[in-house]
Write a protein that binds this ligand. Structure first.
Ligand SMILES: NC(=O)c1ccc[n+]([C@@H]2O[C@H](COP(=O)([O-])OP(=O)(O)OC[C@H]3O[C@@H](n4cnc5c(N)ncnc54)[C@H](OP(=O)(O)O)[C@@H]3O)[C@@H](O)[C@H]2O)c1
Length: 269
C-alpha cells in the first residue's frame, strides 16, 4: 500500500517523461504528491501527467531541457507560481553512452553528457535551493554505480556521475544547517530506454539495448527503493549487492572491481 509521506508535498522531477522518473512520478502521485514534471518531450509528459492525476496526485508538465540554464530557472519559477513552494527536487534527467573513448568521433558527446547529467542538476539545484531552505526540503540526485567506480564504454558518463557525487556530497555538508537533506541514489542496471538512447561512437543513439533488459531491475522496484530512501531522508542508496560489496572491495582489491565492471558490460547484465 502506498505511504503518505509525500501527500501534498511539492516534488519537482526532471526526466519525468520516461523510465525511472516516470515511475517515480506515478508512485509519488499515488501518495497524493503535487508534481512538477520536467523533460523535453511534451507529449510523453502529458501522458505522465494524466497517469499521475488518475493515481491521485496533482501534476503540471513543464517542458525543460536541463542543459539550458534559463530553462531550469523557468522550471523552478513555474513550479513556485503553481504550488507556491518546493519540498523535494529530484535531479533524475540523464543520458548515457556506449563507446570506448578512443572510438569517439566528436568530443561534443562528452560535453553533451556533462551538460545534461551534471550541469542540469547544478542549474536546477541552484534555482530550487532558496525554496528548499524555506521548507527544510530535500534534494535527490540520481547518480549511478558508474558514479562510484569507472566502467568501460562509459568514460564521459562516469565523469558526469562522479561529478554529481562530488558536488552533492559537498553541498550536503553546506546546507545541513538549513535542514535540507541530500539523498544520492546509485542504481545498478534498471530496465528503461536509457541504453536504446545511449550515444554510440558516432554520437547517435544506439537504437537497441545491448543489455538483457528482462534480467535487470524493473523501474517499479527502482522507484519503490528510491521513495523509501527519500522517506528515510537517507544520505545515499546503493541499489545492488554487487554495488555495495564493490565499495569495500575497491579498498582492498580494486582490480577485482575493474574485472566485475568489464564482465557486466560484456555480459549485458
Ligand atoms: N536505467 C539504468 O540502468 C540506470 C542506471 C543507473 C543510473 N541511471 C540514471 O537514472 C536516470 C534516469 O534514467 P532512465 O533509466 O529512466 O532513462 P530514460 O528512460 O532514458 O529516461 C531519461 C529521462 O531523462 C530525460 N532527459 C534526457 N535528456 C534531457 C534533457 N536534456 N533535459 C531534460 N530531460 C532530459 C528524458 O526525457 P526527454 O527525452 O523527454 O527529455 C527522460 O525522461 C538517469 O540519470 C540515468 O543516468 C539509470
Amino acid at each position: 500500500m502506498a505511504g503518505s509521506t509525500f501527500k501534498d508535498k511539492v516534488v519537482v522531477i526532471t526526466g519525468a517523461s520516461s523510465g525511472i522518473g516516470r515511475e517515480l512520478a506515478c508512485q509519488l502521485a499515488g501518495q497524493g504528491a503535487w508534481l512538477s514534471l520536467a523533460a523535453r518531450d511534451v507529449e510523453r509528459l502529458a501522458k505522465v501527467r494524466a497517469e499521475s492525476q488518475t493515481r491521485g496526485g496533482r501534476a503540471i508538465p513543464v517542458q525543460t531541457d536541463v542543459s539550458q540554464q534559463s530553462q531550469c530557472e523557468s522550471l523552478i519559477q513555474e513550479t513556485v507560481k503553481k504550488y507556491e513552494r518546493i519540498d523535494v527536487l529530484v535531479n533524475n534527467a540523464g543520458i548515457t553512452m556506449w563507446a570506448k573513448f578512443e572510438d569517439l568521433q566528436d568530443l561534443g558527446l562528452v560535453e553533451q553528457i556533462m551538460r545534461i547529467n551534471f550541469f542540469g542538476s547544478v542549474y536546477c539545484t541552484h534555482y530550487a535551493l532558496p525554496y528548499l531552505k524555506q521548507t527544510k526540503g530535500q534534494i535527490v540526485a540520481v547518480s549511478s554505480l558508474t558514479g562510484k567506480t569507472g566502467i568501460p564504454t562509459r568514460s564521459a558518463y562516469a565523469a558526469s556521475k562522479h561529478a554529481m557525487a562530488g558536488f552533492f556530497d559537498s553541498l550536503r555538508i553546506e546546507i545541513a544547517e538549513y535542514g535540507v537533506d541530500v539523498t544520492t541514489i546509485y542504481p545498478d542496471f534498471v530496465s528503461s530506454e536509457v541504453r536504446e538512447r545511449a550515444l554510440g561512437p558516432d554520437g547517435l543513439p544506439l537504437g537497441t539495448s545491448p543489455v538483457r533488459e528482462k534480467e535487470v531491475m524493473s523501474t517499479e522496484t527502482c522507484a519503490e527503493m528510491i521513495i523509501q530512501a527519500m522517506e528515510q531522508r537517507k544520505r545515499e542508496l546503493i541499489m545492488s549487492f554487487r554495488g555495495r560489496i564493490g565499495q569495500w572491495l575497491k579498498l582492498i582489491a580494486p582490480r577485482v572491481v575493474d574485472r566485475i565492471a568489464l564482465r557486466a558490460i560484456n555480459q549485458g547484465r
